[in-house]
Design a protein around this ligand. Structure first.
Ligand SMILES: NC(=O)c1ccc[n+]([C@@H]2O[C@H](COP(=O)([O-])OP(=O)(O)OC[C@H]3O[C@@H](n4cnc5c(N)ncnc54)[C@H](O)[C@@H]3O)[C@@H](O)[C@H]2O)c1
Length: 450
C-alpha cells in the first residue's frame, strides 16, 4: 500500500468555531405532532430511557483521512455541537394545550413514555400565535395575537423572543417552523427586498403569510430559522438578504420523511444503473392534523409542488430523454382519520430495462411521520446553531449543506437543488470536514493501488 499519495482536494484552513457555551434556546412555531415528538424525545434521551435513533448528530460518525487511517469519530465529537442537556424550549400555537396535552392529542408516543416526561412537557406552554385562517383554511384556534398590522405582529414575536432569551437564560437561540402547511404562495414584488417586505408588513399585504412574520422576527433578532414545512416562508430574496445581513443562517423547506425519503433513496439507484422510468404513482393515507390541513386544496398544492420536484432533479430528463423524458408522476394525500399519525404510503413504480422491457416495483411503507421527523428537527437545531457560531457559515444565508434534511432544499438563486440523499450526505459531511481543515473525501481511492 503506497504512502506517498496526496489528497485530491485538501483543505487546510480551519474555520473559526466558537464553542457552544451556555444554553441553546429552541423556539418552535407550531407545537403539534412533530414538535412534541421532538421535545418529548429529547427529554427521554436526556433521562436515559430512550435512544436518539435517526439522528446524525447523536449517532453518526464521520470518516477522516484514508480508509487505512481508521479515524471515524462521532460527529458530535468532531464538531462542537450543543449538548442535549443544554437545550431549552418554547413555542407558539393557536391552541392553548401545553406540550404534554398536545403530545397526548397527537397520539404519536405512547402514554407510558409521555407520563415519564410529563412534568417537563407540561411546563412548556404555547405563546399566542400569529395566525390567519386565510393561509390555513382547515384550522382555527383561540390562542392568537391581535395587532394593528403585520409589522405590529412581528414586533410582538420579537418581544416573545427577547422574553424567552431572558427568562430561559439562553446564550443562543434557533427557530424551527413546525407549524401547519400554509396555502400556496408564489414569490411576488413584496418579497423582492427587505425594503419592499417591510412596507408590505406595514400595509398588511396578503403576500405576507404568518410563517414569514415569525421568520422576519427571528432574523431581525439575529436568530437562525429553519423551515420544516413546504411554505415559501424564508425562501424569498427579502429574507435571504436579512439572513446575510444579520448573520442569522437559514434553511428549508419541508422535512424529508416518509414517502419522499424513500423516493430519494430509490430514484438515484435507478439512475445510477440507467433503468428507465415511465411512471411513479404515490398515494398516502394519513389521519393526523397535518393530513386534515393538507385536505385543503391550497395547502395540498404547496405540499404537492414540494413533493413533485424531487424526481425531475434527481433523474435529469434533459440529459437522459430516452430514460426519463416521459414520466407520469402523481402524488396524492388522502385524509383518513383512523390511521392517525401512522401514515401508509404506497408507491407503484413502472420502470423499464434492457431493450425497453417493463418491470414494476411496489412499495408499501407503513411509517410514522413524526418519528421520522423528530431526529431531523434535532439535527437541524444543532447544525444551525453550529452555523451561527462558525466564521464562514454565519454570514452566507442559505445553508445548502443541510439539504439532506429537506424535500425541497433551498439554494442560491439560479442553482438547482441536489435531491439525491447520498449526494446530500456527502455534501453535509464534506462541509464538516472543510470546517475542521480535514481532507475532503472524494472516494477516488486510486492511491491505494499505487
Ligand atoms: N411529520 C412529517 O413527517 C413531516 C414531514 C415534512 C413536513 N412536515 C410539516 O411539518 C409541519 C408540522 O407537522 P405536524 O404533523 O406536527 O402537524 P400538526 O398539525 O400536528 O402540528 C402543526 C401545529 O401548528 C399549529 N399552527 C398552525 N399555524 C400556526 C401558526 N401560524 N402559528 C403557530 N402555530 C400554528 C397548529 O395548531 C398545530 O398544532 C406541517 O407543516 C407538516 O406538513 C411534517
Amino acid at each position: 500500500m503506497a504512502k506517498r499519495q496526496k489528497s485530491v482536494s485538501s483543505e487546510t484552513k480551519r474555520s473559526e468555531i466558537q464553542l457552544p457555551k451556555g444554553k441553546l434556546g429552541v423556539m418552535i412555531p407550531g407545537m403539534g405532532a412533530v414538535a412534541t415528538t421532538f421535545v418529548a424525545g429529547v427529554e427521554a434521551v436526556r433521562k436515559g430511557f430512550a435512544a436518539p435513533i435517526g439522528s446524525l448528530t447523536q449517532m453518526g460518525t464521520i470518516r477522516l483521512g484514508k480508509r487505512t487511517d481508521a479515524r471515524s469519530p462521532k460527529i458530535n465529537e468532531f464538531v462542537p455541537l450543543a449538548g442535549l442537556r443544554d437545550l431549552v424550549f418554547t413555542g407558539w400555537d393557536i391552541f392553548e394545550d401545553d406540550m404534554h396535552a398536545a403530545a397526548s392529542k397527537a397520539g404519536v408516543l405512547d402514554r407510558e413514555l409521555l407520563n415519564r416526561v410529563k412534568p417537563f412537557l407540561s411546563s412548556i406552554k404555547p405563546r399566542k400565535a400569529v395566525f390567519d385562517r386565510n393561509y390555513v383554511k382547515r384550522l382555527d384556534g383561540p390562542n392568537v395575537k391581535k395587532g394593528k398590522n403585520k409589522m405590529d405582529l412581528a414586533e410582538q414575536v420579537r418581544a416573545d423572543i427577547r422574553d424567552f432569551k431572558k427568562s430561559s437564560g439562553a446564550s443562543r437561540l434557533v427557530t424551527i417552523w413546525c407549524g401547519s402547511t400554509e396555502t400556496f404562495i408564489e414569490p411576488g414584488p413584496a418579497h423582492q427586498s427587505l425594503k419592499t417586505f417591510e412596507k408590505a408588513l406595514t400595509r398588511n399585504d396578503e403576500a405576507i403569510a404568518p410563517s414569514m412574520i415569525y421568520a422576519y422576527a427571528s432574523l431581525t433578532e439575529g436568530v437562525p430559522f429553519a423551515n420544516g414545512a413546504p411554505n415559501l416562508t424564508v425562501d424569498i430574496p427579502a429574507l435571504h438578504e436579512l439572513s446575510r445581513h444579520n448573520q442569522a443562517p437559514i434553511c428549508g423547506k419541508d422535512f424529508k420523511t416518509g414517502q419522499t425519503l424513500i423516493k430519494t433513496i430509490l430514484a438515484p439507484g435507478f439512475k445510477a444503473r440507467l433503468l428507465g422510468l415511465s411512471g411513479w404513482y404515490s398515494t398516502n393515507i394519513l389521519g393526523n392534523r397535518d393530513g386534515e390541513v393538507l385536505d385543503d386544496p391550497g395547502s395540498f398544492k404547496t405540499k404537492e409542488e414540494s413533493k413533485l420536484g424531487v424526481l425531475e432533479h434527481i433523474l435529469q430528463p434533459r440529459l437522459y430523454p430516452e430514460l426519463y423524458g416521459n414520466i407520469f408522476h402523481k402524488v396524492r394525500i388522502n385524509y383518513y382519520p383512523p390511521r392517525g399519525d401512522n401514515k401508509e404510503g404506497w408507491d407503484n413504480i413502472d420502470i423499464f430495462g434492457w431493450l425497453g422491457y417493463p418491470m414494476q416495483i411496489k412499495v408499501d411503507f407503513l411509517c410514522r411521520d413524526s418519528i421520522l421527523a423528530a431526529p431531523i428537527v434535532l439535527d437541524l437545531v444543532l447544525f444551525l446553531d453550529l452555523a451561527q457560531r462558525t466564521s464562514n457559515l454565519k454570514g452566507i444565508g442559505i445553508q445548502e449543506w443541510l439539504s439532506f434534511y429537506f424535500k425541497s432544499p433551498m439554494t442560491a438563486p439560479g442553482l438547482y437543488p441536489e435531491h439525491d440523499l447520498f449526494i446530500q450526505m456527502m455534501k453535509l459531511k464534506n462541509t464538516l470536514r472543510h470546517l475542521r481543515g480535514e481532507e475532503l473525501i472524494t472516494h477516488l481511492g486510486l492511491e491505494y493501488y499505487d
